[in-house]
Design a protein around this ligand. Sequence first.
Ligand code: GDP
Ligand code: MG
Length: 175
Amino acid sequence: NTDTGLSLNLAVVGSKGAGKSAITVRFLTRRFIGEYASQADVCINRNIDVAGRIADVHVKDTNACDWLKGPSALIGWSTAIAIIYSVTDKKSFELATYILSQLNITKRLEADNVLLLANKCDLEHLRQVSRDKGKELAMKYGTQFYETSAANDLNGVQHAFERLLFSALSSQECK
Ligand code: GDP
Ligand code: MG
C-alpha cells in the first residue's frame, strides 16, 4: 500500500449470518466463496480507486456482537458504515433498525455515509423482509439503500460500496 493521503475507515456491521463477510469479500475480491471464518473484527487495508482517486481504505468486517457490546468505539473510528441485513432473516432487519437508530442519536456520521444493504435477494423463496420495508427504513434516516446478493450480484455490491466510499471521501474533503 502506498500513502495516498486519502484514508477511509469502513465498518461492515449487522447480524451474524447476514452476510457481512460474504459482502466484504465480494467487494474486495469480486468472488463468492460460500464459507467464511467468523473471527471478530477482521481489518483489511486496500488502496481503492474511488472515482479516479486512490484512497487507503480500511475495511473492518466486524463480529455481530461488537455492536451490541458497545458501538461507540466503532462509530468513532468509522468514516463510513455499511449495515448488512438478510432479506431471509427478520431478526437481522430488526438489528439493522436498531443500529440506524443508535447512529442517528450520535449524529457522528452524515446519513449519506451510511449504507443500508439488504443481502441474499437470490433467496426469494425464503424472503421475510420486503424490499419496501428496507426502502422505507432507509428513507426514514436518509441513508443509501441497495438490495443485492453477495452470491450472484457482482455489480450491485460494487456499485453500493463505490457510492458509499465516494460519499465518505467527499465529506472528508469538505472538512
Ligand atoms: P456474517 O456472519 O454476517 O459474516 O455472514 P457470512 O458472510 O459468514 O454469511 C453467512 C452465510 O450466508 C454463509 O453460509 C454464506 O455463504 C451465506 N451467504 C452470504 N451472502 C449470501 C447471499 O447473497 N446469498 C446466499 N444464498 N447466501 C449467502
Ligand atoms: Mg463474518
